[in-house]
Design a protein around this ligand. Sequence first.
Ligand SMILES: Cc1cc2nc3c(=O)[nH]c(=O)nc-3n(C[C@H](O)[C@H](O)[C@H](O)COP(=O)(O)OP(=O)(O)OC[C@H]3O[C@@H](n4cnc5c(N)ncnc54)[C@H](O)[C@@H]3O)c2cc1C
Length: 378
Amino acid sequence: MALFREEHERFRREVRELIEKKLAPRAAEFEDPQKVRALFRQFGSWGWLGLSVPAEYGGRGGDFAYDVVLAEEMPRARSLGLGTSLGVHSQVVTHLLLKHGTEAHRREIVPALVRGEKIAGVAGTEPSGGTDLVRSVQCTAVSDGDFWVISGEKKFITNGPIADYVLALVRTSPNVATTSFALVLVPTDVPGFEASPLRTMGIKASPTGWLKFRECRVPKSMTVGKPNLGTMYLMNGLLRERLVLAVCAVALADLVLQETIARVRARMIFGHPLAELQTVRHRIAEMAAEIEANRRFVRSVAESYRDGRVEGKEICMIKFHVMESVQRVVGQCLQLHGAEGFLEDNWISRVFRDTRVLTIGGGVSEAMKDLVAGYLRL
Ligand SMILES: Cc1cc2nc3c(=O)[nH]c(=O)nc-3n(C[C@H](O)[C@H](O)[C@H](O)COP(=O)(O)OP(=O)(O)OC[C@H]3O[C@@H](n4cnc5c(N)ncnc54)[C@H](O)[C@@H]3O)c2cc1C
């Protein structure tokens, strides 16, 4: 079955109108984390935080294609950061709770996330590293009766400074060689928890934080899934987020290209529009082809995902191949804007800074290539 049906296209029109009227004019405001916090309730009231969450847990009960539509439209808000912040909250945490959480998590926590009353982040990376999590994670959860006592740090955590819950990957055994980690949903009002904001070069609408856990006592009932399978759950959850973020990135590159086409048509050089130079025309045609190929690639993998087939190899391919392509397109579009594109307040320069994270956050390109090589039995 095709990815989108008439009801998805109706939803697309509804979302596009809301984004263009209510969000795009305020894009500059969303560089402030407190404004982003307030936005979650707004997104919740529009139903965007629970598009594919079953109705019994407060969602709209749609399929994954609704998430794809939202991701494709989100760049019209002129902010990749909003899509990133939303993605971690909904695509990672909410769906991990739905899939591996207890019925109490689904009944008591998921509806609050769907309404945007509570905000969530996921914390794997630490100051000691993000790619090699098994060796890098030093954050420990020591068993004490019905509680975990959590100590350690997490760094570069999306939504960290504004989160009410952080789904933390913690080491439950002192043996450093073990791959046994738990995912524990830590309420950020627990004594001993501290979050401070980090200043990033881009996606400023997505608050990034450094978290410290000082002997935080968290009930074991907040463990998500089996206490020794946290890494596996996290890796599977990240596949969904990587796919949705790639959908968003391709749509963003397309918007940037459309704006660049308008610019080269209007900009006069040597008495003619820039668009009449063959090298410019060819560059635009090549970028359009690249975007179209990427769009078909991500939509095709999204269709499989909607049908319950998680194409891990293809999602890792997308994470480096599509994201690197988007960065190239955005860089070339900035070049075609000349000095205007270099101005800090120009949207193209913001997109250039924002998209730099695409080959780092959620798994660096090099690690994705290693994974794909593994799938190819190299
Ligand atoms: C804005 C932002 C938001 C983030 N949000 C979150 C979040 O919400 N939750 C979370 O847990 N983490 C988050 N991260 C962290 C992110 O997932 C890590 O930065 C990423 O996994 C890489 O880890 P690292 O930064 O420790 O880099 P390292 O692992 O130290 O790697 C550094 C560099 O080494 C090279 N390298 C790494 N592996 C290989 C390899 N196999 N082969 C060759 N070269 C290699 C690459 O050039 C890489 O960039 C975020 C990061 C950013 C920037």
